[in-house]
Design a protein around this ligand. Structure first.
Ligand code: NAD
Ligand code: LMR
Length: 327
């Protein structure tokens, strides 16, 4: 059986921790499936090009059947030319003691420039996933600089938070992760995010049943998920890498190949105004992927407890967006 043409996948920050943890699994077919050949483009800053060349050598040594080419660039125009997938990972990470807001100024220029270049040279079917923090606002900045690309082709990673919430629920309820569905991360990939379990299914139980223990929900579950990135930085001395790479691959996999029947996932998308969340910010929603397009799960009942938390994260996103787009 003949295989499709290679998909052009550009990974920025490819020599960094998340980039390094991503590219081998992409080459092995974990992201786009085991029948989809890949043409990998690695984009790095000039000083990190030698390390990216080393990564390309290791990819070669993996003898991956799906990997048709690996090219290293320090020029975004060449790296994104004809790309169908742009994994925007390259950015400065948060170190100990830094809050995510501190990254805003440092990183938003990168995403403005990359959005403008994607607008000019990417393939018509480009899909963009922003991982570099502050991911939601960087995605909003990139989309704002790419007027020819439909806004819903821009997304930011909250799948890591989604996966973290499932893991915490699994520990709490003593249920396998595969038996947990319909968890939602709302809002920003930050400490204000709201992991919502009111609609979740946890084995034979409803999430609402677990949420009835408000002390656990408010003092344990929500802060554990929302501050997990900080806890990892404190434990490792650097920010999450393999779990972030894993979530990035999950995100693109489900975007292209579909979310499992009966379930949904969480993705930050330019808000179309759903659930009263204003347009102009990139906010995490419950989403399904249908025929390769994200669709927000509509019609969920949002109780007062959830509304208050969603609104707080949305307010943070609006402030970040205002700071980034006026700087
Ligand atoms: P890292 O410092 O290990 O690697 C970043 C790489 O990006 C470096 O190699 C650097 O040279 C490169 N880079 C910087 N600017 C670039 C540019 N303009 N073009 C191309 N490459 C560029 O960092 P990391 O641990 O891989 O983290 C990357 C980003 O992902 C950080 O912003 C981090 O905060 C973020 N992150 C996001 C999530 C999430 O869930 N959204 C989770 C973890 C980390
Ligand atoms: C994470 O969630 O692990 C990352 O976004 C790191 C951070 O800065 O919180």
């Amino acid at each position: 059986m003949s295989r499709p043409a290679p998909a052009v996948v550009t990974v920025t920050g490819a020599a960094g921790s998340i980039g390094y943890a991503s590219v081998f699994r992409i080459a092995a077919g974990a992201m786009l499936g085991h029948d989809q050949p890949i043409a990998l483009r690695l984009l790095e800053l000039p000083q990190a090009v030698p390390a990216a060349v080393g990564t390309a050598m290791e990819l070669d040594d993996g003898a991956f059947g799906l990997l048709k080419s690996v090219d290293v660039f320090d020029d975004p125009r060449k790296a994104f030319d004809g790309a169908s997938f742009a994994l925007l990972i390259g950015a400065r990470p948060r170190s100990k003691g830094m809050e995510r807001a501190d990254l805003l100024a440092a990183n938003s220029d990168i995403f403005a420039a990359q959005g403008a270049v994607l607008n000019e040279v990417a393939a018509d079917d480009i899909r963009v996933i922003v991982v570099g923090n502050p991911a939601n606002t960087n995605a909003a900045v990139a989309a704002a600089h790419a007027p020819e690309i439909p806004p819903q082709r821009f997304s930011a990673l909250t799948r890591l938070d989604h996966n973290r919430a499932i893991a915490q629920l699994s520990h709490r309820a003593g249920v396998e992760v595969g038996e947990i569905s319909r968890v939602t991360i709302w809002g920003n990939h930050s400490a204000t995010q709201y992991p919502d379990i009111f609609h979740a299914r946890v084995g034979g139980r409803s999430g609402a049943d677990l949420a009835a223990d408000r002390e656990w929900l408010v003092d344990d579950f929500i802060p554990t998920v929302a501050r997990r990135g900080t806890a990892i930085i404190e434990a490792r001395g650097s920010s999450s890498a393999a779990s972030a790479a894993n979530a990035t691959i999950d995100h693109v996999h489900d975007w292209v190949l579909g979310t499992p029947a009966g379930d949904w996932t969480s993705t930050a998308l330019p808000s179309p105004g759903a659930y009263g969340i204003p347009e102009g910010i990139v906010c995490s929603f419950p989403v399904r992927s249908i025929d390769g397009e994200w669709e927000i799960v509509e019609g969920l009942d949002i109780n007062d407890f959830s509304r208050e938390r969603i609104d707080a994260s949305v307010a943070e996103l609006e402030a970040e967006r205002d700071a980034a787009l006026t700087s």
